[in-house]
Design a binder for this molecule. Structure first.
Ligand code: NAP
Length: 330
């Protein structure tokens, strides 16, 4: 058992989700099983995956090994995964949910999210080149498909009916579409996963989600950090701004509470009821990132961190899809 106790968030579906988890984007496929197994040993129970991350099977192997070794039970583990944009048509949602669930090999997916509110032309998963925004490896174009979000959401509800997923939600959605989905949803939008850090606070979106019982998960909690290692089109905005870890307010609060800047950034989110899913390949940082609910910042300190807001989005296909921008956040 882990010494660090992580609170749970009750989803609108009635299931509980740990408030702190481990993000699997950029966790290499060949080490993912061991990384996940070791993260479970350290106390992680929530794993945030996606078809796009190309490591679902290996992450599932790590979890299955931990269950077989008696470290955890399936019920103690919570897996989130996401439907990629090429699979928004009803028949593809059902096919991919089944396929992804088989990859994890854990019986069911706890939370299945629509990764982006945009439908792209179908690509046979066996020939899909990653990253999958483009139609080919030359990145010559981005091809949209004419699939309304309602078709995709209703198919995700069928995925719940089939027992493949327990809860469903969305990622990278703005308030207008959330209201729209709510107008026909049979099952509640249990979760909204968004880029959220002091450079991109989105207070109105967070209020709207809270008012509507939609749990929020913050991704890229460290702002530019995760994007620095990516190719130029994805990293240029991150390189143009100072690291959040170096900001005076974050550094001085870290000193005051004898925590690291990373822990202060994660606490800024968790103290406001938001879930976090930081990613690290280092054991020491994994431990730090899990211990982010045991101290409290003052309200004024939370406000000082929020004042760093400059509406700066790093995960923006309107910016990094240079030849065919998708301005979904406009
Ligand atoms: P992140 O967790 O904000 O940052 C990861 C970066 O911070 C890595 O470079 C990591 O390096 C470093 N780091 C981690 N812990 C640290 C610590 N305690 N001190 C200093 N540096 C630390 O970024 P992210 O991976 O973009 O976001 C987290 C997760 O959110 C992803 O893994 C993914 O599951 C999810 N996500 C979802 C979407 C979406 O569209 N829904 C988009 C992006 C991300 P080391 O590994 O070397 O520690």
């Amino acid at each position: 058992m882990s010494a660090i106790s992580v609170p749970k968030i009750r989803l609108a579906s009635g299931f509980d989700m740990p408030q702190v988890g481990f993000g699997l984007w950029k966790v290499p496929r060949d080490t993912a099983a061991d990384t996940v197994y070791n993260a479970i040993k350290l106390g992680y129970r929530l794993f945030d995956g996606a078809y796009d991350y190309q490591n679902e099977k290996e992450a599932g192997e790590g979890i299955r090994r931990a269950i077989a070794d008696g470290l955890v039970t399936r019920e103690e583990i919570f897996i989130t995964t996401k439907l990629w944009n090429n699979y928004h048509r009803r028949e593809h949602v059902l096919e991919m949910a089944k396929k992804q669930n088989e990859s994890w090999g854990l019986g069911y997916i706890d939370l299945y999210l629509m990764h982006f509110p945009v439908a792209q032309k179908y690509i046979d998963p066996s020939v899909l080149e990653f990253p999958a925004w483009w139609v080919d490896a030359e990145r010559s174009a981005v091809a949209l498909d004419k699939v309304p979000i309602s078709e995709t959401w209703k198919a995700m509800e069928e995925v719940v009916d089939l027992g493949i997923a327990r809860s469903i939600g969305v990622s990278n959605f703005q308030a207008q579409l959330l209201y729209d989905v709510q107008s026909y949803a049979r099952y509640p939008i249990s979760a909204l996963q968004i880029e959220h850090h002091p450079y991109l606070v989105q207070p109105q979106l967070i209020l709207m989600a809270k008012e509507n019982g939609i749990a929020i998960t913050a991704y890229s909690s460290f702002g530019p950090q995760s994007f620095l290692e990516l190719p130029e089109d994805f990293s240029s905005k991150a390189k143009a701004i100072g690291p959040l870890f170096e900001s005076d307010v974050v550094k001085s609060l870290a000193e005051k509470y004898s925590k690291t800047p990373a822990q202060v950034l994660l606490r800024w989110a968790t103290q406001r009821g938001i879930a976090v899913i930081p990613k690290s390949n280092s054991k020491e940082r994994l431990l730090q990132n899990l211990d982010v609910t045991s101290f409290d910042l003052e309200d004024a300190e939370i406000a000082c961190i929020s004042a760093l807001d400059c509406d700066l989005r790093f995960n923006d296909p309107g910016h990094y899809l240079v030849t065919s921008p998708l301005r979904i956040f406009a």
